[in-house]
Design a binder for this molecule. Structure first.
Ligand code: CA
Length: 366
């Protein structure tokens, strides 16, 4: 056989193999899909930002590169608080944030982040997965062409950083605090001025005195933002955010257009990241709290009961206003949430709370 003939056969075989591969492979795998995820956090911000990256990495691995997600920090593609609109107008395919940032769309979003004096993380998951919460969230986000999944919880947050002590409800009158959501609305009823700022803008505002106090998340996050350099007292408990959920939210049309297996993988990766980030916050907060107190001499303060009761009343008023005067979906979500809260409080009074109270009794252990 001549060299020329041999080369021809080889070329034909290669061509046939390539043709077979083309026929056997769905079009979707040839053109690999790359999605853009915008986030409301600085790039690689410990916790929320690194969680977004971990989620993107797990999607790439689970799909063997068929679907990859490129993560953009706040301000890289759009500013933090434009993430929701960036996806609804098609400038990005998904976003990583938290629902209560979108309160101008509907007050109902609060319930899918966290509600003051509401549910802790495990309770909220119960409502979401088995109490009708996810279905209601879907109904709400359908109006915007979005589909949201939970992607991690901060757990119970800290009450916030203050330069003045809070001894009574009167002490917060006239203070200006960075605090979003229903908690902020309730504090306005107690005479505070409240604003929302994204992570990257809080420290400068606190240090310059543009705000008197701020809440952000908890020891791990707050240590990395350096708030201890600008405020003296670190208050607990964070009644305003008993377990704030991160969301991983997709353009629903694009999500539904994916092959079924990729849709299932995305949902599974959201669930996995939900567990990972929640446990990471829990694990890292303890060590960070020790660093804040021992190394940076931060003074921990518990909000007095008198303040907590006034705060609880004010939050209850906001919830009642949402139930009575909100849009139709907000009313429906509020009622569903309140029903689950009643059941879960009755159960956890004797379950988790019963256990934790008993664990604090004095006894020798280990
Ligand atoms: Ca917060």
């Amino acid at each position: 056989m001549s060299m020329k003939r041999r080369a021809l056969i080889k070329g034909a075989a290669a061509g046939a193999a390539a043709g077979a591969a083309t026929l056997a492979t769905p079009a979707i795998a040839q053109g690999k899909i790359e999605w853009r995820m915008v986030t409301t956090w600085p790039k690689n911000f410990p916790g929320q930002g690194t969680g977004a990256e971990r989620f993107a990495k797990s999607v790439g691995e689970a799909t063997d590169g068929r679907l990859t997600i490129k993560v953009f920090g706040a301000g890289e593609l759009v500013p933090a608080f434009e993430s929701f609109d960036a996806v609804t107008r098609g400038a990005a395919d998904c976003f990583h944030g938290t629902p209560y940032y979108w309160v101008n769309k509907s007050k109902a979003v609060n319930f899918f982040s966290t509600v003051p004096f509401g549910l802790v993380t495990s309770e909220l998951a119960g409502w979401m997965n088995f109490g009708g919460g996810q279905e209601l969230w879907d109904e709400l986000y359908d109006q915007f062409g979005l589909k949201g999944f939970h992607g991690g919880s901060t757990g119970v947050q800290m009450g916030g950083w203050f330069n003045k002590e809070v001894r009574s409800p009167d002490d917060v009158k006239g203070m200006k605090m960075r605090i979003p959501g229903i908690g902020g609305e309730a504090l306005r009823k107690l005479g505070m001025t409240t604003i929302n700022l994204p992570a990257g803008e809080i420290f400068a505002a606190l240090q310059s005195g543009a705000i008197d106090a701020t809440e952000w998340v908890g020891p791990w996050n707050d240590l990395s933002l350096g708030f201890y350099k600008a405020a003296k007292y670190y208050y607990w408990p964070g009644m305003h955010e008993p377990g704030t959920q991160i969301e991983i939210t997709f353009d629903k049309k694009k999500l539904m257009a994916l092959p079924k297996d990729l849709q299932a993988i995305l949902a599974a990766c959201c669930r996995a990241e939900n567990e990972m980030l929640t446990s990471e916050f829990n694990a890292r907060n303890g060590g960070a709290l020790e660093t804040l107190v021992r190394q940076h001499k931060v003074q921990l303060r518990r909000f007095p009961n008198e303040f907590l009761k006034a705060y609880g009343e004010a939050c209850g008023q906001v919830i009642a206003e949402m139930r009575e005067g909100g849009d139709a979906i907000t009313k429906k979500v509020t009622e569903s949430f309140l029903k689950s809260r009643r059941e879960l409080m009755a159960w956890n009074r004797i379950a988790e709370q019963g256990f934790m109270n008993a664990r604090l009794l004095e006894y020798k252990y280990g």
